[in-house]
Design a protein around this ligand. Structure first.
Ligand code: FES
Length: 611
């Protein structure tokens, strides 16, 4: 009824040909009128706002209730600002201000900024794990972008999963897109020393478990660790994914490391707002940036920074969305000879603040380029190649960003292991592991799932010593569900008390990017689908040889066949709701744990609405 009345009114008040609105009668008229577009492609937003019709009226009129002036509808690019602000995501809780900074830049460049929220995934609170919702959030992003009059989009990303979920969702639409990270927290300060998010929590927690720290001191450390806005300031998953955004060319130079509390982060946000308007004019879409070369640069950069193992899963999933073939062998081969030169925790000593002051990712990319390791022609969001952006970067502190001939780890890559225990692969981060354990044979001590681990790990009678291999099952994509970050399971207190600080741990889980240890993760196929991990029993011998990329279960074939025949899957507890969708469609870790039906780029075409 309302719409009928509007239609009648429009007919009765046919606008004179000279009116402003007539300029919108079709997108071509509008484009020829305006100076905003330099390419020949009509703006998507014109099909919403560029018509003198009932639907044009509806699209403009309701938007005007926010006080937007008439000239916002003169054919200028509409820029979506995809915001993961949430008070439930503390790492992104400053994003309202950041969005305003981006808007300033959009207005300055002649665009029309429209901010919208999407599902925000915060690591500290979400249960059972934020990874359960990464693909769901990516669907929110993809569908919101496609369904709205957006010509280009700035993605505001920070806490771990907010980066891949936004990049993945946007990649499936393939509009001009600029990734903007919220920046790390300032260094934690506790009892006169710098402490890092996550990494020092693991350390303190083990100190408490073996009696070296009391619970009062442990509580004091809480507020000392997180003392400013921003995300984890170790080279954990958030800082890694911010670095990946920059190395992929999806973020502006310096995107990765400027602290959230540094005024230069706000300056960069404003520049991002200016730049995205030009990206629309240039039709610089994600698919022009996310090429095979871009992913190779990201893998190489990840090795150099000692980045998180989670990057493997997220980049494989992102590549799948944009149609680039990327697999575990690429990670192993491309990163194998790359040293880790960034001396940040958990692999090294420093934190993101020092990384920024030392030169940040540009200084790393310059060294990689000079060593012939960078795909220099890869295009980035500012329209320049990655080499044009970084070839003159400075390194101001060679202890934080080491020279290539003095790395913190000779072979910094994420190593991909294969063998009878992991036919489709498993990963380990050598720079965070104990060198003496990289070649080892040991007796398996098996935990059937995380509850079994929690129930028995503190038992003084647990039959385990430091030469054993701890095996945790049923924590993969389907098993946990969501592939929780429990792979760096704590050592038994009775061994901690003896001063043992590391043991080999194997699981189908993930590990926090802030964690460390000789931890083998993402074992594929996972136990919940009957992978060999499901068949391991207490006392089996496991062989690890990282140099030769081997992970074997030394059990005779016929014995394994018998165990396999007796193995029964645990029925899924997820009978309905989103979790059933997740369980039915999540793929294995080696392909990025995306949903099978989300792989690929579906573009931004959308049928017109029904008005
Ligand atoms: Fe948000 Fe670490 S908890 S980045």
């Amino acid at each position: 009824m309302l719409l009928q009345r509007i239609a009648h009114r429009l007919e009765a008040c046919a606008t004179p040909a000279s009116s402003t609105l007539d300029l919108y009668q079709n997108p071509l008229m509008m484009r020829s009128h305006t100076h905003h577009m330099s390419n020949s492609k009509p703006l998507r937003s014109a099909s919403w706002f560029g018509h003198q019709s009932m639907s044009g009226f509806i699209h403009r009129s309701w938007m005007k209730n926010q006080g937007h002036p008439e000239d916002m509808y003169d054919g200028r690019p509409v820029i979506g600002i995809c915001n993961t602000y949430s008070e439930l995501t503390p790492c992104n809780a400053h994003f309202r201000d950041l969005a305003e900074r981006v808007k300033r830049g959009v207005y300055e460049a002649g665009g029309y900024p429209l901010e919208f929220p999407v599902m925000s995934l915060g690591e500290p609170l979400l249960r059972p794990t934020s990874m359960l919702f990464r693909n769901l959030a990516s669907m929110d992003v993809e569908e919101t972008i496609r369904a709205n009059p957006i010509d280009g989009v700035v993605l505001l990303m920070g806490c771990d999963k907010t980066t891949p979920s936004l990049l993945m969702g946007a990649a499936s639409c393939d509009l001009p897109t600029l990734g903007f990270s919220g920046g790390p927290m300032l260094n934690g300060k506790f009892r006169g020393e710098d402490i890092g998010s996550g990494t020092d929590v693991w350390r303190f927690s083990e100190m408490v478990r073996c009696g070296d720290m009391d619970s009062c001191e442990f509580a004091n450390a809480e507020s000392c660790m997180s003392r400013s806005i921003g995300h984890c300031m170790t080279m954990g998953t958030a800082s890694t994914m911010a670095s990946m955004t920059e190395a992929l060319g999806m973020g502006l130079p310096e995107n990765a490391a400027i602290p959230a509390a540094d005024s230069r982060r706000n300056r960069l946000a404003q520049e991002a707002g200016r730049r995205i308007v030009d990206m629309v004019k240039e039709d610089l879409r994600m698919s022009k940036i996310l090429t095979r070369d871009a992913f190779e640069n990201a893998i190489i950069a990840n090795a150099a920074i000692g980045g998180s193992t989670n990057a493997v899963i997220h980049l494989c999933a992102l590549a799948g969305r944009i149609g680039i073939k990327l697999d575990l062998d690429d990670w192993d081969q491309l990163g194998r000879e790359i040293p880790t030169i960034v001396n940040l925790r958990p692999s090294g000593e420093y934190l993101m603040e020092e990384f920024y002051y030392a030169g940040g990712l540009p200084a790393v990319l310059r060294q990689l380029g000079e060593a012939g390791q960078l795909r220099k022609e890869a295009l980035t969001v500012n329209g320049k190649t990655i080499w044009e952006n970084n070839s003159d970067a400075h390194n101001w502190n060679e202890d934080v960003i080491r020279p290539m001939d003095n790395p913190i780890s000779e072979k910094g890559s994420i190593a991909v292991l294969k063998g009878s225990l992991a036919p489709s692969g498993a990963v380990i981060k050598p720079s965070a592991a104990t060198p003496e354990l990289m070649k080892h044979r040991g007796r398996a001590v098996v935990f059937e799932d995380i509850e079994d681990y929690y129930n028995r790990i503190d038992d003084p009678d647990l039959d385990i010593d430091q030469s054993c291999v701890m095996v945790l099952k049923n924590c993969g994509p389907k098993g946990y569900p969501g592939m929780s970050e429990v792979g760096n399971m704590g050592l038994p207190p009775k061994l901690l008390k003896k001063g043992i600080t590391d043991m080999i741990r194997i699981s189908d889980a993930r590990m926090s990017g802030t964690a460390y240890g000789t931890v083998i993760l993402h074992t594929t196929p996972e136990a919940a689908v009957g992978g060999p991990l499901a068949l391991v029993q207490d006392g089996d011998i496991i062989e690890l040889d990282v140099a030769n990329r081997v992970l074997n279960l030394e059990v005779p074939e016929d014995e394994l066949e018998q165990r396999k025949a007796a193995w029964k899957p645990t029925p899924s507890a997820m009978e309905s709701g989103y979790q059933k969708l997740y369980y039915d469609h999540v793929m294995q870790a080696d392909t990025g744990a995306d949903f099978d039906f989300l792989v690929g780029c579906r573009g931004a075409e959308v049928p017109r609405d029904s008005h």
